[in-house]
Design a protein around this ligand. Structure first.
Ligand code: GLY
Ligand code: MN
Ligand code: MN
Length: 452
């Protein structure tokens, strides 16, 4: 059913300006050059939906390809400069509206804006007094070459000018740190993206029955994403029934649900590029079999213990270890692993080998403008990053016993009744002063709620 959407949430021009100020404050005497994402081609002259580069979007809010942003404190008049696609009625009639240089100034806060064709002639004035260029060497080789050529030219002039960029530095670590703490406006977007995905997951349990195809469940969920104003899926939706749940990034979504299948759904949406990422696993026919329920309860216990542990000061390594301990003790209780839990969760390669066939991924990743968001996991001294209020990440332990899974040497053989069971439970959490807020709590996950 279509109801009127709430007003679109978005990041204000003022917040983009503050982000640029915080970024500029870390550049010292350097000049940063950022490139938009390319317009990817599907085939011939048919294009994929444009997806902006997240760092570029974080600093500009500008959502077009073929754009360059420059940030510098080394120019007398301009700190934020945009090179954009020019207004062009014929081109716009074919490929859509363009902001153009004029509105890049009035609406996007640029101090100066030029058509992209003037990049070569205008860019040097913003770089020649800088002591370094901040530029991320990306996949666009011709553009990398253009920046390297400019740098080489400025280096050649250095002896006579006595100034100019002597170093090329990647700006991404600075941006990754800035992006780690979410602002109230970012949290509003993340909350809404979580709510929309939660609604889709709750609908999925209504429509998924034996006989229905995985893609039909996917279709219902993705219709909800769009109907509620999201851009679409945050990543290719995983709707994985039966043994497909044991393929971590299964996206074929082509199986017909069988009466004994568990259905693992890992799907989230993007709202103004802010993402949600939720996984639930439930029985297609409405009732867990005893082995399915046993695995489910082990994963749920691990996930709840990990979420309960979240508070400022601890790290994602601690969260992972908490989940891992509960998963491993569950596997021992079920007879799928033998040994002492302390030994089995140990950091030695030998210990990891024992649980790896059943749990082969990490428990958490940062979440934000990217689904696997840009924040650092380690400090420059190599320590895991300690959680602070405002950080957002996923908690997503799982257990997977595929048709071909082999136990490690010295571990018990896998009884047939365990085979084809894959369970993951994933929520998105925000670190608060005292603990955490589960942004995706609107999707239930108890055994009872998963049954019908
Ligand atoms: N859906 C991707 C992930 O959970 O990381
Ligand atoms: Mn996921
Ligand atoms: Mn995830």
């Amino acid at each position: 059913m279509i109801t009127l959407s709430p007003p679109q949430l978005t990041i204000s021009a003022e917040e983009y300006r503050q982000r640029r100020q915080r970024f500029l404050a870390q550049l010292g005497q350097g000049t940063a050059i950022l490139r938009s994402a390319p317009q990817a081609v599907m085939h011939n002259d048919v294009e994929y939906t444009f997806r902006q580069d997240s760092n570029f979007y974080y600093l500009t809010g500008f959502n077009e390809p073929n754009t360059v942003a420059v940030l510098t404190t080394q120019h007398t008049e301009h700190q934020f400069i945009l090179f954009v696609q020019p207004k062009d009625r014929t081109q716009e009639m074919w490929t859509g509206y363009r902001v153009g240089p004029e509105a890049a100034v009035t609406q996007f806060g640029a101090d100066a804006a030029y058509p992209i064709s003037e990049l070569d002639s205008q860019l040097p004035q913003y770089c020649e007094k800088a002591d370094r260029l901040y530029y991320h060497l990306g996949l666009d080789e011709p553009f990398n070459d253009c920046i390297l050529k400019l740098w080489r030219r400025l280096l050649a002039q250095y002896p006579r000018r006595g100034m100019g960029p002597l170093a090329l530095e990647d700006p991404n670590p600075i941006l990754a740190r800035l992006r780690l703490t979410k602002s109230p406006a970012e949290l509003a977007l993340l909350r809404r993206a979580a709510d929309i995905a939660a609604q889709a997951h709750n609908q999925a349990r209504e429509v998924a029955h034996p006989g229905v195809y995985e893609y039909q469940v996917q279709a219902e969920m993705e219709a909800t994403f769009r109907r509620e104003g999201a851009m679409g899926p945050a990543y290719p939706s995983i709707v994985a029934a039966g043994p497909n749940a044991c393929i971590l990034h299964y996206t074929e979504n082509s199986r017909r649900l069988m009466p004994d299948d568990l259905l693992l759904i890992d799907a989230g949406c993007a709202l103004d590029y802010y993402n949600s990422d939720i996984t639930r696993t439930f029985p297609a026919a409405g009732r867990f079999t005893p082995p399915q329920q046993a695995i489910y309860e082990a994963v749920l216990a691990a996930q709840e213990a990990a979420i309960a542990a979240v508070r400022p000061g601890i790290t994602l390594v601690d969260i992972h270890t908490t989940a891992l301990r509960v998963l491993v003790s569950g596997l021992v209780d079920l007879g799928l692993l033998v040994g002492n839990v302390d030994d089995l969760v140990g950091e030695t390669e030998e210990a990891k080998q024992a649980y790896r066939p059943y749990f082969m991924h990490r428990t958490s990743h940062w979440l934000g403008l990217d689904v696997h968001d840009a924040g650092p996991y380690r400090t420059p001294s190599g320590e895991p990053v300690a959680l602070e209020p405002g950080y957002v990440f996923t908690v997503e332990p799982g257990l997977y016993i595929g048709p071909d899974t082999e136990p490690r040497e010295g571990q018990p053989a896998i009884a047939d009744h365990w085979r084809g069971i894959g369970v993951r439970i994933e929520d998105d959490v925000l670190v608060t002063e005292t603990g955490c807020e589960v942004l995706t709590a609107a999707v239930p996950k108890s055994v009872m709620a998963m049954e019908r």
